[in-house]
Design a protein around this ligand. Structure first.
Ligand SMILES: [Zn+2]
Length: 486
């Protein structure tokens, strides 16, 4: 064991374990499995009566935006590099992106949000295409992040599938890679029996956003939400299900589900589909709906893709998500689609068109979970299931961890979140800008009255105090990398 590493014992009145909440002590040591002890006995940190301890959260969908920069030889011998790009141009693009946001900011946001494991998206300058590149990038992320990471390989036309991995199809993304329906279909056929996730929104087939704007004349802030409505999501899902069935995929994950109807389509299709159909419900949609925007000053920076649901579509999404949690559905969980764009990219453009969709939300994951607890009747165990247990088991299909993940047991991996579920919370943008080392930090949640606060996040036994500036208490460096070095 690294000599800097120490054991810290917490005592709590509220340990979440298999739906029970009880007093206990927990021993945390970097790189060593969790130990759960009787409540009586010595502890280094006696938690205040109100605080809870549960499994740290997993977020299957974040954009850390950091690009791996290949060596020149690596670049030149790469199978998939575009012929018209020079090495220098790639390095410039990647460095410019990395200077704005990367693992450092992303890791801090995850720790603030009580998250120990993230699934990172590969829409980066040097994307995770093909097995060799993907493996290098996946390792690069893990060596530098303060939390556990899994990079989702990117699916592109002509790129060979990676056995045993789930690839992300960016082809359906509005404004994305611009590939045709025929190319998408072929990518699916090329992966018979494979595993894929995809983007479930797209432009309307019969009308451009400009024509829609002329016809409907909505207020500027509503244009995006009305044009990319629930119907565009259902159309994208229907089309992708067809490709997946035809290619006899093993698994198709639908990401950022924004409405009850979109989730219901998946749950109904599961009844007679040979393709396994997991569902990632979007975190923001469980808090914001488009009807709330009228009275929000933040509305001009609050775009998502898919767009925010109507109040009614949100109500049904929340009800169905809760039902899935209640029956401990292993295939339904929550993902944030954390999208750290600069503020300037978010604002309405001079022509009234919406800016880049996506919000910073990872660091507020806990407060949105507590919103579901306080406002919508979710139990602690419902939330543990949707945000810690089901998604940890899901990602563990693609990545191995040193000890069992998503289990609250002696001998399991020590990934914990320690929090007060009730404490009033408001977003202070200036403070978070510093604490997250994120110069562009801004938040669509800055005027919201939130509740809940994370005090400690534990990753593989390394305890981080996250109430203010994030700092490790019983070791140093990356808790995951350290494990490999020991
Ligand atoms: Zn995304």
């Amino acid at each position: 064991m690294n000599p800097e590493n120490k054991t810290l014992v917490f005592r709590t009145n509220h340990l979440h374990q298999y739906g029970e909440i009880r007093p206990a002590r927990l021993r945390c040591t970097p790189g060593i499995p969790l130990e759960i002890l009787d409540a009586a006995g010595a502890a280094d940190i006696v938690l205040p009566a109100a605080m809870h301890v549960t499994l740290a959260r997993v977020d299957t969908h974040v954009h850390f935006r950091e690009s791996y920069i290949p060596r020149r030889e690596e670049f030149e011998s790469d199978l998939y590099r575009p012929a018209d790009q020079s090495y220098e141009a790639l390095v410039d693009t990647a460095r410019a992106a990395n200077a704005k946001y990367g693992f450092e900011q992303g890791s801090l946001a995850a720790l603030k949000g009580g998250v120990w494991l993230i699934g990172a998206m590969g829409n980066t300058a040097w994307a995770p295409l093909g097995e060799e590149r993907w493996r290098r990038i996946d390792e690069y992320y893990q060596q530098r992040a303060l939390i556990a990471t899994h990079v989702w390989p990117r699916m592109e036309p002509g790129v060979a599938p990676i056995a045993g991995q789930e690839e992300k199809d960016f082809g359906s993304t509005f404004g994305g890679s611009g590939i045709s329906g025929g190319q998408r279909r072929q990518m699916y056929l090329d992966r018979r029996g494979g595993m894929v996730s995809y983007h479930n929104d797209r432009a309307r087939e019969d009308e451009s956003i400009h024509d829609f704007q002329r016809r409907i004349q909505p207020p500027d802030y509503l244009l995006h939400h009305l044009y990319y409505d629930g119907e565009t999501v259902l159309a994208a899902q229907r089309e992708t299900f067809t490709y997946a069935r035809e290619a006899e995929l093993k698994r198709l994950l639908t990401r950022h589900i924004p409405t009850g109807a979109a989730l219901d389509m998946i749950l109904s299709a599961r009844l007679d589909s040979p393709v396994e159909l997991p569902a990632e419900v979007g975190l923001d949609y469980l808090y914001f709906n488009r009807d709330m925007l009228a009275e929000r000053a933040t509305r001009e920076i609050n775009y998502r893709r898919p767009a925010l649901p109507s109040k009614e579509d949100q109500t049904s999404l929340i009800a169905l998500t809760k039902e899935c949690a209640r029956r401990r559905d292993p295939l339904t969980f929550i993902g944030s689609d954390h999208a750290p764009h600069p503020l300037a990219a978010k604002r309405l453009r001079p022509d009234g068109m919406p800016g880049s969709p996506g919000t910073r939300v990872l660091e507020l994951s806990h407060q949105v979970h507590m919103h579901l607890l306080h406002q919508h009747g979710f139990t602690h165990h419902d939330l543990d299931w949707l945000t810690a247990i089901a998604p940890a088991r899901y990602v563990a299909q693609y990545k191995s961890f040193p000890f069992p993940a998503g289990e609250m047991e002696t001998g399991a991996m020590a990934n914990l979140v320690i929090f007060d579920p009730d404490e009033p919370f408001s977003v202070k943008e200036d403070t978070l800008r510093e604490e997250l080392r994120d110069v562009e930090y801004h938040s669509a949640y800055r005027d919201e009255k939130l509740r809940g606060r994370v005090y400690y996040t534990v990753v593989n036994g390394l305890v981080f105090d996250v109430a203010g500036p994030v700092r490790p208490l019983n070791g140093a460096g990356s808790p995951i990398k350290k494990l490999e070095l020991d």
